[in-house]
Design a protein around this ligand. Sequence first.
Ligand code: GLN
Ligand code: ZN
Length: 767
Amino acid sequence: MTQLHHLGFPRIGDKRQLKFAQEKFWAGEMTEQQLQTTASELRRHNWLDQQKLSLNLHTAGDFSLYDQVLDTSFLVGNIPERAKQSEDDNSLDNYFRVARGRSQVQSCCSAVHNHSGETQAGEMTKWFNTNYHYIVPEFDSNTTFSLHPENLIKQIEELQSINVNVKPVIIGPVTYLWLGKEKDDSNKLDLLPALLVVYTKLLTLLKEKGIEWVQIDEPILVLEIDEPWQKALQTAYQALQPIDIKLLLTTYFGELKNNLQLACELPVAGLHLDAIKAQHEIAPAINFLNKDKVLSLGVISGTNIWKTDLNETLSWLTPIHQQLQNRLWIAPTSSLLHVPVDLESEQKLDHEIKSWLAFATQKLQELSLLGIALNQGIEVISDVLNDNRIALQNRHNSLRVNNPSVQTRVEQITPGLGQRKKPYRERAAIQHQYLNLPSYPTTTIGSFPQTSDIRETRKAKRLGQITEAQYKESMQNSIAQCIEEQKNIGLDVLVHGEAERNDMVEYFGELLDGFAFTQFGWVQSYGSRCVKPPVLFGDVSRPQPMTVEWAQYAQSLTDKKVKGMLTGPVTILNWSFVRDDLPLQTICNQIALAIRDEVLDLEKAGIDIIQIDEAALREKLPLHRSKWKEYLDWAIQAFRITANGVNDKTQIHTHMCYSEFNDIIASIADMDADVITIETSRSDMELLDVFEEFNYPNAIGPGVYDIHSPNIPTSTEMITLMEKAALRISTEQLWVNPDCGLKTRQWQEVRPALTNMVEAAKQLRAS
Ligand code: GLN
Ligand code: ZN
């Protein structure tokens, strides 16, 4: 019998129940007891659902009140000193203190920023190449470990009480160390022996609890790890081997490449591979694995939302099953944390599109069907297999997916499409003359405060409570007010303020063909924050202009230049659930052509400066560095296709919400945007070093106003920052602007901050 299991299930609940409970608890409107009860109910609900399926092992420990890596820190007693403020170190109070700091974690758009409060929150960073963010463990030379298994044991006992075979999931010791950061000059690998003592205790305890199998996640096996880390894996699993418990060493998100043999030979009872991303590694893995080891294959994508092709999967899986028999287990590729909970919640989604999708609940049903086909014979589910085939064929042939004119346009892309007419130096001179801007020109990143008025208007439109004309009038009023404010402040390049946009990707997705939107397709981004990515299901095209009217209206109100505001193709791609039937490059090019048309329409409408945001350019950098170049090449080319069809006098800006440019600076320069604005205010301009070293040729606006903080910077502070910038970048290249958009701030903060910024620019010009 092939055994069925999963690596983890979403914990937010089908209607984001966890989020609402967390937020109530933080607001003091819910007791700890009530929060824990909600958590237990969510777990119970998930397990009851899963019990209907023929899973052989039930996963415990995949639930978290905030983050599974933070849970691991508490499990092994690695709590930052500064957070130990409650009597019981292990208390929920301390837990949330590390998670959130004592002042709120701030977020802007879909990007994540951590803010220091009285107790500084743990740093947050992306979990491999997903949009999930974990709390980075902290290590120093005084770090010690101790076992605090209560939370995990509670989840195990809940499941045992309903009498199922429980497989706890824990993060492996080596990945745990890898994920963390040294706070001094100690070496975190030196902590391994002490950490292994705690893991030994934990596994011994689990054995006493009657556990047979433990899923131990070591996803760093899909990364390029050097010898000390490979050795650490050997050391760790040799140390844990004497404990009489079976370990399923679990990897996901990619191929093991150089680590494959190492992973196969570690002294554990089984190995889990992502059989979709690393299908060609299955055969060598079978060769490397001892004949008594289990091979668990991830056969259903844990990161996309498309229905699995069950027939195709069975065609390659059946021979492996015949070969391995009981030694074959099947599961989703990764934890299902990265997909929405239940497609059945969708009441408004187009029926046809819905028939192509599978969320976490449906994915486990698919797993169960594959299990039946393998264990009992394919004929038992022939009807279902037939339905599955038809659904996939319909999707493949659908006229809503296929737009021949878009496909032809993509095929006809030539390199020239991404090429500006003149090189930067020459067009910069033309723009200088034509735009007539002062040195140290001032501008903003696009959005202005989203007042409750603005949000109410958008909501009323969505609910059909106001007419198109009323909506338009109200938005025009917001634009007019925003322009008026910017005039009073004295900014040089104005924006319309983005009042009509709820989200920088959703706004465009709703106006483009090829996208669908769900009601409950939420995925946890971090803590209580969830995102609901658009579903990019078909060829992308632009039925009509999307922003021209607003930009044109704004421009009509002022003699100053108004900057048009768009989201770039890579960011739209990276923040959507993307179809799995075309190469990413092709999809990205489709979006690029659609946004290119918008750029050209803006230009035609008299908008001389156009910003194309690429906040998420870095997000889908492949896990293996050897594949970075390929990704960056097509991503940058897509940006160039979008941006570079304009005339020399039109100035292209781009904006990026982060400042890690060291490893991609050549690609950034290759975008050839006339101006790039970036986030730098908190790093004291040190992040410009890489632009200096690279001799970055085009203009740069290093952010001088930290928009994630309510603080209002003085002009002296901003002058100091710009002077530091001027040490690295020539003054003709510099712009003065905030770090990011202002939509999460209040007017009473933005007004004085920008006034100070304009004053700073004036003084810089004078000196
Ligand atoms: N133009 C967008 C804004 O100002 C940019 C947002 C972002 O970079 N995340 O809101
Ligand atoms: Zn930004």
